[in-house]
Design a protein around this ligand. Structure first.
Ligand SMILES: Nc1nc2c(c(=O)[nH]1)N[C@H]1C(S)=C(S)[C@@H](COP(=O)(O)O)O[C@H]1N2
Ligand SMILES: [Mo]
Length: 531
């Protein structure tokens, strides 16, 4: 009796061990597949790796509302969250495949190959896919993963030497094989990573070598009184490291400026041509302060920043190649910019050529563009949200019509035209702050209505009357404007609300709108409890 119990618990322990080992085999198979894929991708194209390709495909297929939610809640971490989600999902699937392979070894291994085919399909479907070679990382990785699963599961089901049982657990053999797999895969992954890192070095060197010329048309110094000395207010000029980043790129494109070309062509372009980076640098450059805003910025949100940009006036280039705006009879009303990663953004030709400082920017706050912000060249159109104007890593400009072509975001239900809505934001005090009561609390923030300017900001305490805030000096109509309001804070809970009036005298609407399809509107409020 006692003997039977021991036997039963021993066999249960062995079943558990086999299950755990099978799960581990599945994980190691997935790990090997990804590591080998990473190594192969370093030869093909880093972006062709399965996690990046599947992630990119997922981003493109994410409904606008979900994407908006992700940007809002994870901010610039949205991509990290996505990639971790993909890896966690793959891990789970790998464990299941491992357990399944214990019963059906061949079919389990074939399952790994199946996932490889899916990864390859995702890679080939990317807009920046370079050709069939993009399928290789997923396929080769999957073959390696399938072999690993087949061999490891074999160790679990092979007759144990000296055992009477038909199948048993060759523990030593399994652990040796598993250890070797882990080691080799880690080596392959690390090698892939370092090779990929080296790939970007040409681009890094080309950026280091850039000497930005002095602008032919410099910006005036930022007026000293454009910056208020209030603790907690946004800096008037946003540093490059603090500048928000919004894009769909899971891997930041590292473009070598020396090989970079910009093609300019399309409807009404009588002399299509291509520009090199040096050709752009040797032209007359303009330097301008411009505040950039994302259409996904909620009321009170962080996706807005102000920088000093250096670049080529885009309207000049367009005129040189024969483009006329629609108001002068030009046949194209939409300018579609395309980036090296296949993003497309469309701007109204009329806006670009109406005299505002639309530019192809090469410099940001005195430096060549950072890679994250579009090196070597990006577009900027003051007054338009980023998604219809601010193409980073630009390589192609095509003149077309709004009727003929929907760019990336428009295909995903965002509005074809995106002029920036007037907004004001309270930077300080922060929501739920508890400043000392019966003191003067400085309420302060920024307001923006690019290309129209800000002529007034008002504050309301609870349901009280609107009161004028003090405005800092305006830099230009294309920049945000700081404001402050000394508030005699009384104890209790209070809601502070802000609203702005643009340069044309138009009061900011209180109508609440979500970010989709053409930008959030409504007044920003902050709830505080002095005490
Ligand atoms: N190539 C590329 N350019 C892009 C995007 C993108 O996803 N890819 N996003 C646009 C959007 S929505 C915005 S708001 C701005 C943000 O620019 P920033 O990241 O430099 O702040 O870039 C624009 N240019
Ligand atoms: Mo955006």
């Amino acid at each position: 009796m006692a003997d039977m119990t021991t036997n039963r618990s021993a066999s249960r322990r062995q079943t558990l061990q086999r299950g755990a080992s099978a799960a581990l085999s599945g994980l190691l198979s997935g790990y090997t597949a990804l590591a080998v894929a990473e190594l192969v991708a370093s030869f093909v194209r880093p972006q062709a790796g399965p996690v990046t390709a599947v992630g990119g495909a997922a981003i493109d297929r994410t409904p606008a509302a979900v994407k908006d939610f992700a940007i809002r809640h994870f901010g610039t971490n949205d991509k990290l969250v996505l990639q971790l989600g993909i890896v966690a999902t793959l891990g789970l699937l790998a464990v299941l495949l491992g357990l399944f392979a214990l019963r059906r070894r061949r079919t389990g291994a074939a399952g790994v190959l199946g996932f490889g085919v899916l990864g390859a399909a995702a890679a080939l479907s990317r807009p920046d896919a370079s050709g069939v070679a993009d399928a290789l990382p997923s396929l080769v990785g999957a073959v390696a993963g399938a072999v690993v699963l087949y061999v490891l599961i074999g160790r679990l089901t092979r007759p144990r030497p000296g055992s009477e049982r038909a199948v048993g657990l060759d523990r030593r053999g399994f652990l040796l094989a598993a250890g070797a797999t882990a080691l080799l895969s880690t080596g392959a992954g690390a090698l892939g990573r370092s090779l990929t890192g080296r790939l970007g070095q040409g681009a890094v060197a080309s950026r280091k070598a850039v000497r930005l010329p002095a602008p032919a048309s410099p910006a005036a110094a930022v007026p000293a009184r454009a910056s208020l000395r209030v603790p907690g207010i946004s800096a008037f000029t946003t540093s490059n490291s603090d500048f928000y980043r919004v894009d769909t790129a899971l891997v930041v494109p590292k473009v070598d400026a020396d090989g970079w070309r910009l093609r300019l062509h399309g409807k009404g372009v009588t002399r299509p041509r291509t520009y090199s980076y040096q050709e752009l640098l040797s032209r007359d450059l303009i330097e301008r302060d411009v505040t950039l805003t994302c259409v996904s910025n909620e009321v009170g949100g962080p996706y807005v920043g102000n920088a000093r940009w250096l670049g080529v006036r885009l309207a000049d280039l367009l005129r040189e190649v024969g483009v006329r705006p629609p108001s002068r009879g030009g046949p194209a009303d939409q300018l579609v910019a395309r980036s090296v990663d296949g993003m497309t953004l469309g701007s109204p030709v009329e806006d670009v050529m109406d005299g505002r400082d639309a530019m192809l920017a090469v410099g940001m706050n005195g430096e060549p563009l950072p890679f994250e912000h579009g090196f070597p060249v990006r577009m900027l159109v003051p007054g338009l949200y980023g998604y219809v104007s601010a193409c980073k890593w630009i390589e192609d400009i095509e003149l077309t019509t709004f009727a003929a072509y929907d760019p990336y975001w428009v295909k995903r239900k965002w509005a074809p035209r995106g002029p920036i809505k007037t907004q004001a934001r309270i930077d300080t005090p922060k929501p739920f702050a508890r400043p000392p009561a019966d003191t003067t609390v400085m309420v302060a923030g920024v307001a923006w209505a690019q290309h129209r300017g800000i002529s007034g900001v008002e504050i309301r305490i609870d349901d009280g009357p609107w009161q004028r805030a003090d405005l800092a000096e305006q830099d230009t109509v294309d920049t945000w404007r700081q404001w402050s309001f000394p508030w005699k804070a009384t104890s209790g809970s209070h809601t502070l609300t802000v609203r702005a009036t643009d340069g044309a005298g138009q009061l900011q609407t209180d109508r609440r709108a979500q970010t989709i399809p053409d930008g959030a509107s409504g007044w920003h409020s902050v709830f505080v409890t002095p005490g």
